[in-house]
Design a binder for this molecule. Structure first.
Ligand code: SF4
Length: 172
């Protein structure tokens, strides 16, 4: 049975920078939980960052720019946390590889987990098209990344992936 990687905050874990969760109630999520499909991670906490922590934003680009080393992730205090974000992204990728995960559902707008929009980098609340650092790394490694607003699409992708494994006779 294929597993799905989920942002820990979406499951109710109080791991966000403000010490809160982003609990998301959904029949699809509940079904995944009941079937034991879920593997969760908070990339930022996995990298050693504290709860709570200062808010951070990608400084004028997106996660792909961070992976290329041309843009930093900065806290609103001016502290550069790029290395922490890269470490967290790599932790998430390792978890996916260890569990043969091909589908991830990550929390939108986060500088780690956002999959279509992130904050602009000036702490003004403005959002721009782009992905977070973890979402960029997973996508670059062939993992399909969805937001919590795309659970139906994620579920379809999971079913297709499972079908593919069955047709090819791959056990997991
Ligand atoms: Fe949630 Fe991802 Fe932010 Fe952790 S890094 S709090 S999992 S959005």
């Amino acid at each position: 049975m294929n597993k799905v990687l989920i942002s820990a905050c979406l499951l109710g874990d109080k791991v966000r920078y403000d010490g809160k969760s982003l609990f998301t109630s959904s029949d699809i999520l509940q079904e995944w939980i009941d079937k034991g499909r879920i593997i969760s991670i908070c990339p930022e906490v996995s990298s050693g960052m504290s709860i709570p922590r200062a808010p951070a934003e990608i400084n004028g680009g997106d996660g792909y720019d961070v992976l290329e080393g041309i843009i930093s992730v900065m806290e609103n205090t001016g502290n550069n946390v790029t290395e922490d974000f890269l470490r967290g992204a790599n932790n998430a990728l390792k978890l996916c590889k260890a569990n043969e995960i091909t589908v991830a559902v990550l929390a939108e707008f986060s500088p780690s987990c956002g999959s279509s929009s992130v904050y602009s980098g000036d702490f003004s609340g403005r959002k721009v098209n782009g992905v977070g650092v973890t979402a960029a790394l997973l996508t670059s490694n062939g993992i399909k990344v969805f937001s919590q607003h795309q659970l139906t699409e994620a579920n379809k992708s999971l079913a297709l992936s499972e079908e593919y494994h069955e047709i090819c006779g791959i056990s997991y």
